[in-house]
Design a protein around this ligand. Structure first.
Ligand code: TYD
Length: 206
């Protein structure tokens, strides 16, 4: 049996994570691997309920409460879905993980990013991705894509572009600090080119 592989996708809203996750899933399936595609928040039944609160609750949520909600979603997701899949030897391709919390909740400037990380590390008993693909995109380009794609914004998507600039900078710092785990790809490149770069790196993992 092959060893489980845990790959996460990170990046701003509209950076193309879903498209690339689909491509990678198809590639792994072609290699005969069983793939679990999942996401945070909302990868489980409990998570769907948490997702509804964090993304669509009307009115403010205290920053610490918000960070704990994401961590609660993550704790349940890792315990009931991600770890069991990795233990079976499956490939887990996941849209967003701890780096999202550090970048987004940290970018609100109220919480210390290191504290945000520690909460999630406790929640997940320290589960780390084998690879994290950061699809890096300038905040204005991302907004342009979202505007063309749909009309309903969630709470975070509606934040000012200054917030999204801070999220992007936070992601790039995380990637700089852990070059062994991260692959940073320019998300403005053509879809096929991005998929090629990701596959090349993944081929060295498996
Ligand atoms: P989602 O709808 O899953 O992805 P996207 O908008 O990229 O299609 O993203 C939900 C939002 O949740 C996104 O704006 C980022 C935010 N988020 C956090 O703030 N913290 C977290 O820990 C996670 C997982 C997501």
């Amino acid at each position: 049996m092959s060893r489980g592989v845990f790959i996460t996708f990170e990046g701003g809203d509209g950076s193309g994570k879903t498209t690339q996750a689909e491509r990678l899933e198809a590639w792994f399936a072609g290699q005969g691997r069983t793939v679990v595609r999942t996401r945070e928040p909302g990868g489980t039944d409990v998570g769907v309920e948490v997702r509804e609160i964090v993304l669509h609750h009307r009115g403010d949520i205290a920053p610490r409460a918000e960070a704990l909600l994401y961590a609660a979603d993550r704790a349940h997701h890792v315990a009931t879905l991600v770890r069991p899949a990795l233990e079976r030897g499956d490939v887990v391709i996941q849209d967003r993980y701890i780096d999202s919390s550090v970048a987004y909740q940290g970018a609100g400037r109220v919480l210390d990013p290191e504290e945000v990380r520690r909460i999630s590390e406790w929640a997940t008993e320290g589960l780390r991705p084998d690879l994290t693909v950061l699809l890096d995109l300038d905040a204005d380009a991302a907004r342009g894509r979202l505007d063309r794609a749909r009309t309903r914004y969630d709470r975070l998507e509606a934040e000012a572009s200054e917030f999204h600039d801070r999220v992007r900078a936070a992601y790039l710092e995380l990637a700089d600090a852990e070059p062994g785990r991260f692959l940073v790809v320019d998300a403005s490149l053509p879809v096929d080119e991005i998929a090629d770069v990701i596959r090349e790196r993944v081929a060295n993992l498996v």
